[in-house]
Write a protein that binds this ligand. Sequence first.
Ligand code: UGA
Length: 430
Amino acid sequence: MKIAMIGAGYVGLVTGTCFSELGNCVLCVDNDVEKIKKLKKGIIPIYEPGLDELVHKNTKAKRLSFTSEIEEAVQVSDIIFIAVGTPPKENGEADLSSVEKVSSIIADVMTEYKLVVGKSTVPVNTGKWIKRTINIRNTKGIDFDVASNPEFLREGSAINDFLYPDRIVIGVESERAKSILYELYKPIDAPILVTDIESAEIIKHASNSFLATKISFINAISILCERAGADVKKVAEGMGLDKRIGSDFLNAGAGFGGFCFPKDLSAFIKIAEDLGYDFRLLREVEQINEEQKKGIVKKIRENLWNLRGKTIGILGLSFKPNTDDIRYAPSIDIIGELIKEGVRIKAYDPKAMERTKKIFPNITYCKDAYEVCDGSDALVFLTEWDEFKNLDVKKVKDLLKTPIIVDGRNIFDPETLKEIGFVYTGVGRK
Ligand code: UGA
């Protein structure tokens, strides 16, 4: 099939590349001319495991190409995915101006049937607006369909999530749209749920909000565990063994970040508000997450007494492992707070230092974890990268000025570290 992927951001680039891997002919479009130039040269703007190889393989096979000419892409394609950014406005609402702009261009350019599929995370009823926008300009009455096909890709495992998903959701209004999307997803072995467009749109926000709720729930439990002398890891394990609850997304820690959960939560709260419902539950989920980040600073303070003039080593800057993404990462708030308190920061992250330098140009970036430890008054873990799990903790202890660890991701076993002589504080642990 011939596909236009409008928007070569995270979602568009991964999804477009994976569709080409399935044998389709994909043209990825972006109005960022520099980005397209780089992509044409094979330079991938984001770090996502396995993406480089797939882009190179499929560009070489001429199934994947890049352009900044949206008109050309619309003309030559049967299916047009809208995967443009929907950044949050001040009030939490998603900014849909790019979606509107793309819809207008599609209407102006199309000369034959097109299936227009919403891929960006959008508020419910966006499909209706896309349809209306195209209809108004579609003076020649060319046939088209609108559909919604939300993505459930996680950064760091996006390719695998695309190729082996738990489910594929397609929101459609016509048999024609349904059969095109069925055909497109035929090579993937996963249940396909067919819904109306509005339900598909809500499934996306509801899923992310539910996962964020699970995380805030276990983070709230972690506070109870700390006060009662229980271990949140054991509590989560005990809960997760119940199939109705499930063990995923029950890891207590420094709070959730990334460009999806925080943004989608506030967007969903606003959508609910517009529909006349105060989604108090989700407001509390947000609140608990904010408190969780502050909780890490509190733990550091409780261990170090005075913060001013101290040196704190931070390991992990990205919002989660296997990505260089630092958007809404807990590390950003926590480092910002520590700097305000007069702390000197030494930091290391396997992939996210270049991006963090743009926000905190004046902190010390180290070549590895051990350089961070050298002379630091405490070591704080904010992302559970695999390479941190395998650190030589005895060496870490020798390098630190004082053997204090605040483990914001519960990477280590508290007893083992205490035996070695660390003063160890995890999240929700004895
Ligand atoms: C999330 C969803 O998991 C995807 O299904 C969805 O497609 C994507 O958002 C999106 O809307 O595009 P992502 O933001 O890449 O994916 O990352 P997650 O793996 O969901 O992690 C989000 C945050 O929650 C991270 O900061 C992570 O550290 C935190 N987290 C996750 C926890 O604190 N505890 C957990 O148990 C799990």
